[in-house]
Design a protein around this ligand. Structure first.
Ligand SMILES: Cc1cc2nc3c(=O)[nH]c(=O)nc-3n(C[C@H](O)[C@H](O)[C@H](O)COP(=O)(O)OP(=O)(O)OC[C@H]3O[C@@H](n4cnc5c(N)ncnc54)[C@H](O)[C@@H]3O)c2cc1C
Length: 417
């Protein structure tokens, strides 16, 4: 009998969970062993593609999307449990079997039926890849204060602007570009454009290498001409991009929390294994209270974080409601927990965990990105404060206006890889 604290959320999804576990242990772990690598920094694109396609074939990749676009309509709780399992397995190929920033996004579910078939369905089948073009040199968290402009030209749109930190840009088929139009005021002036990567006027200028090896790219848009139907949701929905993003973000944040919980569990298990085996002063180090403290703290925080994450997904599945506040609490809890969990485990391993190539050394760097992507920890706190009635984000000056200095561009790292 499964009597874990989270059994109430997981039991009904057990067949899916077991099937995914078999895929990880039966196919992905042996494939990973062939590499003889210890960290996921150098996985070739063709291997990543193989993992995604095989996972889609088996009905895991993109399974949360509706059948109409090739998914299975899998409940969010089941998806969260699979993501936890993938991170917790310690097999670096397992998280790649579920959608990341290259894959299907709920944002595209707001597309027209034609856009969903042309762009979302091939993403769900893992036949195409996409990137997201939101961040700009002068607009990160302040994401709807964009300098990238879209103006109408007859029935077409013409885009000009500058995007940074795009994931996977070198291999994607299209980019979802956020741009300001002059058609509506405030947040309603932002629209999302689906831009095929071969479109004239696009230039990839440089790439940045993240701490844990991820390449992020800079995209220039110079008079990029797009047809009317390139706007997400069609021309009449152009002004709803921010509203659609707000609806999509909480689900993504809760799934990020599930990823982090899984990775934290993996770190905990590495720490536990070492604490039981390694002997110092004639005893396993795990018998020392100071060492126990590291592992007990993670164990406790992880139980709380997992429960919060699954309570959010349960809310979404059963009551069709997932508030931004709840998702923000789950994301903060899990992403900050992961940083601490890896640090604790690394300390338990001593010098071994700190050595280049050890899974914990890699995770220490990888974990650091999680409180930044998908809305920083501070932005999650702003959301929670807003829900508590403590005020909302004040709008600062727009790019180019006094107070937004061009010199801010110099904040960009000048690293080309
Ligand atoms: C690995 C990785 C992958 C990424 N992939 C993509 C991608 O594919 N596409 C894309 O468009 N972008 C991507 N990004 C960019 C990412 O979305 C931004 O880095 C993130 O939104 C934060 O923006 P910023 O870095 O400009 O920081 P800023 O927004 O400049 O924030 C700087 C600091 O100020 C804080 N802050 C800002 N506003 C407030 C506020 N109102 N209240 C309190 N604190 C505040 C922030 O929390 C942060 O600590 C990626 C980033 C990383 C690290």
């Amino acid at each position: 009998m499964n009597a874990s604290l989270t059994a109430v959320f997981e039991t009904r999804h057990q067949p899916t969970i077991e099937a995914f576990r078999r895929f990880v242990t039966g196919e992905l772990e042996p494939l990973w062993e062939e590499f003889g690598e210890s960290t996921p920094e150098h996985i070739p694109q063709d291997v990543k593609r193989h993992v995604r396609r095989r996972s889609a074939e088996l009905g895991f990749y993109g399974a949360e999307f509706p059948e109409a676009v090739g998914g299975r309509g899998l409940p969010l709780t089941a998806v969260a449990v699979l993501r936890h399992l993938a991170g917790g397995s310690g097999c670096p190929l397992a998280p790649l079997a579920l959608p990341g920033p290259e894959g299907p996004t709920p944002l595209l579910a707001h597309g027209t039926p034609e856009q969903q078939q042309r762009y979302l369905a091939p993403l769900v089948r893992a036949e195409k890849m996409r990137s997201l073009g939101l961040t700009e040199p002068l607009a990160g968290s302040d994401a709807y204060h964009l300098a990238t402009r879209a103006r109408r030209s007859g029935s077409d749109w013409v885009l000009n602007g500058h995007k940074i930190f795009l994931s996977n840009l070198e291999v994607v088929d299209f980019v979802l570009v956020f741009a300001a139009t002059d058609e509506h005021g405030g947040p309603n002036s932002t629209a999302v454009f689906i831009v095929d990567t071969g479109t004239p006027g696009l230039t990839v200028r440089q790439s940045f290498q993240g701490m844990s090896g991820e390449l992020l790219y800079e995209l220039l848009l110079n008079d990029v001409r797009l047809p009317a139907d390139a706007v997400l949701g069609g021309p009449e929905q152009a002004h709803l991009a921010v509203a659609h993003s707000m609806l999509s973000l909480p689900r993504g944040r809760v799934l990020t929390a599930a990823d982090c919980n899984g990775l934290a569990e993996y770190a905990l298990n590495l720490g536990l294994e070492h604490a039981r085996r390694r002997v110092a002063f004639g005893r396993p180090v795990g018998t020392f209270q100071h060492v126990q403290e590291h592992l007990v703290t993670t164990r406790t925080e992880l139980a709380a974080s997992k429960l919060l994450t699954l309570a959010c997904t349960h809310q979404a599945d059963e009551y069709k409601e997932l508030t931004s506040e709840d998702a923000a609490m789950a994301k903060i809890t899990a992403t900050e927990l992961l940083k601490r969990a890896v640090d604790h485990a690394l300390q338990v391993l001593g010098g071994r965990g700190w050595m280049k190539g050890h899974p914990l050394e890699y995770l220490y760097r990888y974990a650091r990105m999680m409180p930044i992507v998908g809305g920083t920890t501070e932005i999650q706190k702003v959301i929670i404060a807003h829900a508590l009635g403590l005020g909302s984000l004040a709008q600062g000056p727009a790019p180019g206006a006094p107070g937004r200095r061009a010199e801010e561009e110099r904040l960009l790292p000048e690293v080309t890889v």
